[in-house]
Design a protein. Sequence first.
Length: 300
Amino acid sequence: MSHEPEESGHRCGYVAIIGRPNVGKSTLLNRLVGEKLSITSAKAQTTRHRIVGVVTRPGVQFLLLDTPGFQTRNRGALNRVLNRTASQAALEADVVVLVIDAHAWTEADAQALKLVPPGCPVVIALNKVDALDDRNRLLPLLAKLGELPGVSALVPISARTGRQIDDLLSECAQHLPLGDAQFEADAFTDRSERFLAAEAIREKMFRLLGDELPYQSTVQIEKFEELPNLRRIFAAVVVERDAQKPIVLGAAGDRIKRIASEARQDLERLFGMPVYLEVWVKVRGGWSDNEQRLKSYGYE
């Protein structure tokens, strides 16, 4: 833990990254921390947990809160929990980064902005500018966004390429309070290796399974062994119905083998050591619409 005195002008504080589903919040977090911390996929609502990403720069430490995309349509227990997570992060932040797609401002973006409490500064990150065919299209959108109350800055970015990421951090730094760093300079998250292992497996499910099944499944780490130069991980994919089990397994178990293999490779890069990973499937009916069971699976 750092003990740098506040008199040095050092700043440290929370930056909540919010927005509607699938605008690139997790890609932005990963770009900022320089590690594959938050899982990503082309499917909306991939992120389910609040994750703190730590970015340390000279004179400032950013505690970045990646949040689930705010869901306005589905009303099940899981989505209620995810919306609470997103709302709570906005309440705790010193500054909020609202990520939107640079192509347009939508009603869902406006709903996400309503999560921000009065008086909390907002920096709007217009993501995916690298995909614009004409940058001049940004001008009317920037003019419109500049009129929104509480917005302190507008920063066009590309989370994918890293365009203007440092500018985004500079805008956020201005709103952080004076204070000591809360993490060592080489830390990149507050989450455990056990949590990161479950997320790596869940990402592969989103990437390798169909449209609906990833939303009706989760991952439970049953055993996690930390050896000096090896991690041994035993995990269960939890699904809602018996009929979903063979979908996850695939023909002759090929699909679950691929999920495990690709997750293991990601974890070896992240942990910097060999990983032994076993993954199987179990059925727990109604888990995603039972708030008590959701809590037992780590949903806050």
